[in-house]
Design a protein around this ligand. Structure first.
Ligand SMILES: [Zn+2]
Length: 442
């Protein structure tokens, strides 16, 4: 039997209380917790810490199988645990592509054995992400991995007929299609946001309309079909307006924003440092402010990291040749505190909603993103909101070091993460998986 007594933490940043975790569940709260703890309970001093439900990422690239030098399922989920996550959705653009029951089950199983965080594989929408034939969505949904989120992320499901059929298909098992909204013809050779800066730098621009036109089409398709659609990494003020309009019409659309699109702008491209090259590109200050407002008012439902690790050789080169993408699992929470909580746009209850409850809901994950109440699964993260830390990629658990926040000082530190009542992180340190959760070693 494992027992942990968390003393004096503040659930959702509200009043301080004690939490007792027994055998993977929250067994008691408040005065009952201390009384029922017993002598064998391990005590964690949570004085001054905020207790949140374990974070859930709907958009992570773990790179395994196929690109294990950039990240493995084990290294990526260890990074996730250190970032406060208890569950991650692993994107399908691996090699081989996660487009069959066999591949998604393999990813799911390796995640389970590693034991750092629950891994929910995302299934590809089309075979090989090629955009020509629907993948075996039903077989992935019925597999052991129980896939509910489908995405060709990295590629847009451009063909409207295929998109319509995918939306129709996933209805049968309450799945969702997560669209990477990028009109391919409008973004051929595109390197950064289209505007004054791209013109000055002589880099091919990526117009906002390339994102917005696909979102507009897809919310109309979702409405027509009566299905759920999720929009990955919204990056423009115009995209926000379209999602707002769709929601006002009762269309079942949800949307995510990344931490980097809430903090960084296209101005960073002036450095020609490829660490700032990302898809969709960093946009303008006006876009950043619109995204923050939309996250605060619920137009944008969730924050997702789009953690995209790359080996050095894919980033240490000319801007034009460099890969798109940034790491993000270990900096997501600090960036959200910096951009949303500290300026007074959101409370920690809102943070729990956008980084845990809602992403779990969209992914139809039942054991994460739950209320901090007796009987609920003990998937938790404890953070010190008063701490400030320098971002040093070499200290991160991810195998890649392409963090755009390197050199910044950000607020908030993850002190502990509990997965089913056992710590994956304690005192800010990753625990060994076997000690952490009793999973079989690998
Ligand atoms: Zn994407």
């Amino acid at each position: 039997m494992t027992r942990y007594l968390l003393r004096g933490g503040a659930p959702l940043g509200a009043e301080r209380t004690d939490l007792l975790l027994i055998d993977g569940r929250i067994a008691a709260l408040g005065a009952d917790a201390a009384r029922e703890a017993g002598a064998e309970a391990r005590v964690v001093d949570a004085e001054g810490l905020v207790v949140l439900p374990g974070l859930v990422d709907l958009h992570t690239h773990l790179r395994e199988p196929g690109k294990e030098e950039a990240e493995t399922i084990t290294s990526g989920t260890r990074a996730a645990a250190l970032g406060g996550f208890t569950a991650v959705h692993a994107m399908a653009n691996t090699s081989p592509v996660a487009d069959t029951a066999g591949v998604v089950e393999q990813v799911w199983r390796i995640g389970r054995e590693a034991g750092w965080a629950d891994v929910f594989p995302v299934g590809a929408v089309t075979v090989g992400l090629e955009g020509t034939r629907l993948a075996e969505l039903g077989a992935m949904a019925n597999s052991e991995a129980r896939v509910r989120v489908f995405s060709d992320d990295g590629h847009c499901v451009w063909d409207p007929v295929l998109m319509r059929r995918a939306l129709e298909y996933v209805k049968a098992f309450d799945g969702v299609v997560a669209q990477h909204a990028q009109e391919p013809r409008l973004t051929e050779g595109a390197q950064m946001n289209e505007g004054v800066v791209s013109a000055e730098l002589g880099l091919t621009g990526w117009p906002a309309v390339a994102e917005e036109s696909i979102i507009a089409r897809d919310v109309l398709l979702a409405d027509h079909v009566g299905s759920r659609v999720h929009i990955c990494h919204l990056s423009t003020a115009g995209s926000v307006e379209i999602v707002r309009w769709a929601k006002s019409r009762g269309i079942a659309v949800t949307a995510e924003v990344t931490p980097h699109h809430l903090l960084l702008t296209e101005e960073l491209a002036r450095s020609y440092d490829p660490v700032y090259k990302v898809n969709p590109p960093l946009r303008t200050e006006e876009d950043v402010l619109a995204l923050r407002a939309a996250l605060a008012d619920g137009t944008i439902d969730i924050v997702a990291t789009d953690h995209a690790p790359h080996p050095r050789e894919d980033k240490d080169c000319e801007w034009q040749q460099a890969a798109f993408g940034m790491t993000g699992l270990e900096t997501a929470l600090p960036v959200i505190i910096d951009t949303m909580v500290d300026p007074g746009l959101m409370t920690f209850a809102d943070v729990a909603r956008v980084l845990s409850t809602k992403p779990a809901e969209i992914g139809r994950v039942t054991d994460h993103g739950r209320p901090l109440a007796v009987g609920e699964p003990a998937n938790l993260t404890l953070i010190d909101p008063a701490a400030r830390r320098d971002v040093v990629p070499a200290e991160h658990a991810t195998l890649s070091d392409n963090s755009p926040f390197a050199g910044r000082t950000l607020p908030g530190r993850v002190v502990a993460t509990f997965l089913r009542g056992r710590p994956t992180v304690l005192d800010g340190q990753a625990m060994t998986p076997t000690a952490a959760n009793g999973a079989t070693t690998k």
